[in-house]
Design a protein around this ligand. Structure first.
Ligand code: GLY
Ligand code: MN
Length: 487
């Protein structure tokens, strides 16, 4: 959408057109307000990533849009969160990122020249008709805050920054071009669909995020640390949650408050699933009660200011003690996770930790006499009815990071130092599942931690959070009795 269209849409709101004298009054009396824009902490690392992208696609133009605002309803938008490939290649931060920015790598004789095309600051009295800064609800400074000037953005990102108005012209010259499509209508319109195959670029961008550099590891540690703190916040709010009709929402809000306080926000919508809701893998409605005697499955992650996210799950006995049935399920999932963790090392196949965890679950369920296939030959793969999904995934800028990587590099690949991933086995006994005994129905347990693969093994980034059943009980009991020492 063009700026003129946006203004027209915004003009359709309840705002009145300012009188000529007011419009004139807005044009004068403003002081200069240039600001220092120190280089972003990850800028030098992003430059190295761009160099690798440049080397992979010599003599081709590469276009990576940040994406734009998405309308929530009428003239309100969702909070802007740039495309992860754009973040990776610029180290831009969530709060300072400008919608509709586009990174272009223009081929030169020896490599590429990188430039970001973006919206300049909307200065007083300038812009197409001089009113953007106080009339444009989407981009005006009085509505959404000050953007950096182009020079400030250049200082922050450490690369050339040009006005977005120059973008169409820059993309018009006939150079073989690869584009991340579907993010920017102008880019999609200007670069012919017959341009170079997109899938190779997408695969490269995803695979280049598999190994985190030292700055990214710092971001991941911060994301997980904030996530752990937010889990403790939730423990401290359990007593309140059980008194509310929609206690799950209280849990969600408690976690989300910490996410906004410490980072840019959430890596994904918080899953606060009490009772049988825990059997719904991505329960995000969060409109249920939280009851003593039941379990609360909380799966959530804080996203840093730089948009890297944690992803941790704990399943808590709300009253402080697991019932026998809950404990039985919990201990089996815990044993499965422990086996999965033991399989993490450089050189291991990505599938190894999943295989190790599911073997423990299958053996455990077999020992309980559970045979989901009914009478007839026993097929252990049918235990997938209770585990439903894989045991973990890469983690980073996206919760399910690097999803565009080819199987050879990810699902069928091997673990390398610098990979960050989750190990999160679960058992989900649906309330209406007649293949399981009644006392297990409606119990859902997932335990999820985040790991960094190192030169000789793996480090648990979320180890500060209790995991074993006794430790979880002690945590919840202390939090419920107000002696967690955090208040
Ligand atoms: N944390 C949600 C998921 O991994 O699917
Ligand atoms: Mn996960």
């Amino acid at each position: 959408m063009d700026r003129a269209d946006v203004r027209q849409r915004a003009g359709a709101s309840h705002d009145r057109t300012p009188s000529p004298t007011l419009a004139e009054c807005f044009t004068r009396g403003w002081a200069e307000s240039a600001q220092a824009a120190p280089a972003l902490s990850g800028a030098a690392y992003a430059a190295e990533r761009r160099a690798r992208l440049s080397a992979r696609f010599p003599s081709e133009r590469i276009v990576v849009p940040a994406g734009g605002l998405k309308t929530r309803s009428n003239d309100f938008d969702y909070a802007f969160r740039p495309h992860s490939a754009f973040l990776h290649l610029t180290a831009e931060e969530g709060a300072s990122a400008v919608p509709d920015s586009v990174l272009v790598l223009e081929p030169t004789g020896s490599g590429h020249e990188a430039a970001v095309f973006t919206r300049p600051r909307s200065p007083r009295g300038r812009g197409p008709d001089g009113t953007e800064f106080y009339r444009d609800r989407r981009y005006g400074e009085f509505w959404v805050g000050r953007r950096r000037t182009l020079a400030e953005t250049s200082d922050a990102l450490g690369l050339t920054v040009l006005p977005r108005d120059d973008l169409a012209r820059a993309l018009a010259s006939p150079v073989p071009t690869r584009v991340v499509r579907g993010q920017d209508t102008l880019v999609d319109a200007v670069v012919p669909a017959a341009a170079k195959e997109e899938s190779e670029l997408l695969a490269f961008l995803a695979e280049s995020r598999l190994v985190k550099d030292e700055w990214e590891v710092e971001q991941m540690r911060a994301a997980v640390d904030h996530t752990v703190v937010a889990f403790h916040d939730v423990g401290d709010e359990l007593a309140t949650a059980v008194r509310l009709a929609r206690g799950e929402r209280w849990i969600e809000g408690t976690f989300n408050r910490r996410a906004r306080l410490e980072g840019y926000g959430l890596g994904f919508e918080t899953i606060a699933a009490a009772g049988a809701h825990a059997c719904v893998l991505h329960w995000m409605r969060n409109d249920g009660a939280v009851r003593d005697g039941e379990l609360l499955l909380l799966d959530a992650g804080v996203e840093t200011d730089t948009c890297y996210t944690g992803d941790v799950t704990r399943t808590l006995p709300v009253g402080g003690r697991f019932t026998d049935a809950q404990r039985r399920v919990y201990d089996l999932v815990h044993a499965a996770q422990t086996a999965g963790i033991a399989a993490l090392r450089p050189g291991a196949r990505f599938g190894d930790f999943h295989d190790a965890a599911t073997r423990v679950i299958a053996d455990g369920l077999d020992a309980w006499g559970l045979r989901p296939g009914g009478p007839g030959p026993h097929d252990r793969s049918l235990y997938g009815r209770y585990t439903v999904c894989g045991t973990g995934h890469m983690l980073g800028l996206d919760c399910h990071d690097c999803a565009g990587a080819r199987d050879s590099a990810y699902l069928d690949g091997v673990l390398e130092p610098g990979h960050v991933l989750t190990v999160e086995p679960g058992l989900y006994f649906q309330p209406d599942d007649l293949t399981i005994p009644a006392f297990l129905r409606g119990i859902g347990v997932r335990i999820e931690d985040d790991f960094l693969i190192t030169a000789d093994g793996a480090v648990c980034l979320s180890s500060a959070l209790p995991r074993a059943a006794d430790d979880v009980e002690a945590w919840v009991t202390a939090a419920r009795s107000g002696v967690s020492g955090r208040r």
